[in-house]
Design a protein. Sequence first.
Length: 836
Amino acid sequence: MSLSAAANKISDNDFQNIGPAPRPPSANGQGRTGYNQTQPITKLMSQLDLTSASHLGKNALKKKSGWVSYKDDGILSFIWQKRYLMLHDSCVALYKNDKQNDDPILKIPLTSIISVSRTQLKQYCFELIRCNDRNSVPSGSSSSLNVSSDNNSKKSIYIATKTENDLHTWLDAIFAKCPLLSGVSSPTNFTHKVHVGFDPETGSFVGMPTNWEKLLKHSRITGEDWNNNSAAVIQVLQFYQEYNEVDNPSNALDKSQSGEAASSQKSLPSSHSENKLRNNSLNSKTSSSGSSGPISQRQAPQAPYAKSSASSGNGSLPPINTKLSNNQSNIPRHLQNIPSQQYNKMRNAHSPTNGQFPRGPIHPSHSQRSLQQPQQHQQYPYHQQLPTPSPSPSPSPLNPYRPHHNMINPYSKQPQSSLGTQPTKNQAIPRYAQNSSPTGPQFQPQRTAPKPPVSAPRVPFPPNQNAAAAASPAVLNAAPKNDQPALQAMRQAPKRPDADAKEPAGVTKPKKSTRQTMSTAEIMSKLKSVTVNADPSICFKVIEKAGQGASGSVYLAERTHIPIESNMIELMNNEIDEPQVGDKVAIKQMILSKQPRKELIVNEILVMKDSRHKNIVNFLEAYLKTDDDLWVVMEFMEGGSLTDIIENSTTNDTSHSPLTEPQIAYIVRETCQGLKFLHDKHIIHRDIKSDNVLLDTRARVKITDFGFCARLTDKRSKRATMVGTPYWMAPEVVKQREYDEKIDVWSLGIMTIEMLEGEPPYLNEDPLKALYLIATNGTPKLKYPETLSLEIKRFLSVCLCVDVRYRASTEELLHHGFFNLACDPTDLTSLLEWKE
Ligand SMILES: Nc1ncnc2c1ncn2[C@@H]1O[C@H](COP(=O)(O)OP(=O)(O)OP(=O)(O)O)[C@@H](O)[C@H]1O
């Protein structure tokens, strides 16, 4: 049975929403046996019993034992020993033989296990990481909850099983029993043991590490959430903290190319730091797109390029105009105590520290809401009644597929525009901004303000700082070297305009990383090998600024000269039309000394250079104008980003999606083709979202932003780095598990929802709560499923499967019936009109 056929079993009557990921067949080892990630989904789907929940999670909850190979990371770390492994109610124990009367040679309390993940060390092998402290979550020590914050306190052991099936059943069983792994331990007991819990009388969490307490206080995570899934709360707190604080090396493509260690340890994913590092200059990015203020999650429509025209004639790229938006102080009251950089991180791509704020309205914290009953969409498809298909089944009373009662329906009421700005041409008020909030006076819509011209900042600089100066390459160039830290700090962590607001104590500011995976000399030599040996100033006439990225500004330019005595032709790919004088191009200018992670730029150029495809923004050439001034020349995509298009396509009819299904099918298909091309080359994009999909006037759709691509290799077929933008992140990323190309498929599903609903799920939630919801809800629910075709719901259900094994690959998606709905490119013309 094909994937589509499996999905076709769902009838219109059954399907009121996208369902949860189907659980892979696991009973009696069926389906698990011999399973591997590349096995065609069709085969597995045929083994699926969608009508019964009885098979779910049974094995995971049983006691389990069996022979395994074992080694630890201690003195005998090179020896695999045959041991008898037993999973008891409170511990995992290793015995010399299968007679349980003997004392175990190793006993690990389940409460000390902080990570269990597959590793490539052996064929069927997993790594179990525990706190060194055997009573890992000792009573009375709240700080001990912060188990993953100290690498030195952790120890790993490796267990190899005989078969794939065995491996999965062990993983399931251990996951299910470990309280710190979303397992099934009773929240009550757990609370008791660690003296952490929720006091309904005071309405606050007790026994938390201080910084977690502060984070929770400002989040919308409630006592109910805690009671329902305390492990998930801890998980997202760890994730969030990591995202904000940990300073670890990245494992971006360049790293894998340079022989990144194949360690599979992932409980402390490190890549957020690559984000941070990359984004020291990200306030320039944030200052680019104009916005309604720090919490402006989705910018209002961007003005045409002409509005930010900055023609400066040949060769010299104009300084960036970074006018501040009027409503930069538009921070919801309940968020004003949260350091702005944290929100920036959560909002932004790949980049915890890129200085942007989370997309979408952040609504008031009123704990009552969590107790409210869902108002709508309470009908579920039959398969939605199944328990979570996650490999860590939980008997939690929380139905992970229940409607998000915390979600504000953006269509339902009129939020007040804090700016009171009138819409102007090209500044259509998005649908979500046309309604008022049901959530009371504190609610301040964040996506309502029209977006200023592209040159205006997305996130304000502190009022007393000269934003234009801060973001201007010219000024940055001129800044004395010893001013750089100050500049970077300013760009990294813009202050809230609200000077009175205090940051919560205990929340650490992002650290600056000093780690660089390539030496400057190596980077320069690599860059020189991929750049044209000529002065770009005489080759291009800059017309206007087209956008602002984290690492630099993007300009529209015209080719005025083609260097003859250069290595240009050999650098260029045959598939690209020969350059012509008069060609319009996009030039991204990057000041290398301002790039904390220059190797990520090399990464981006290498990926783009080797990735010629009609659905990928083509790299044309690059120049080192000086050793510090890099110009990357790309195809110009005059249609702007998909985000712009969505925001400019909203209608007054709130029950209709901004784009039609045929338009969505076309855009998703094109993006999917680009993704398949990358995946075929074992490259994961890791930051698919509407911001990173550009269109041109011929409605060609192309993926951009390859700085955070990762290449999977034979040695390393999974990644564990935290990369991406939270709202688009797949659950396995949020849960800090290993992942592969299919995280892009999840993000593609979320991007599809953006086109349907104007924004990704949970954008209304504060970032921490959003992470919690991604981790616990799994497949998000649609707001208006009844208005959608079965085809698009089926499509979403195979993109947004929590269980990666049942999530479709890009190859499978391309055969999906949803794409039969795709319109002609000409039918996208209306979407691009706002640019004219
Ligand atoms: N090839 C292009 N054609 C037209 N406009 C572009 C092109 N590339 C980027 N832009 C515009 O410039 C903006 C910034 O692009 P860029 O890729 O630098 O952004 P980013 O992903 O935020 O930054 P970074 O890659 O530095 O992290 C985009 O939002 C888009 O509006």
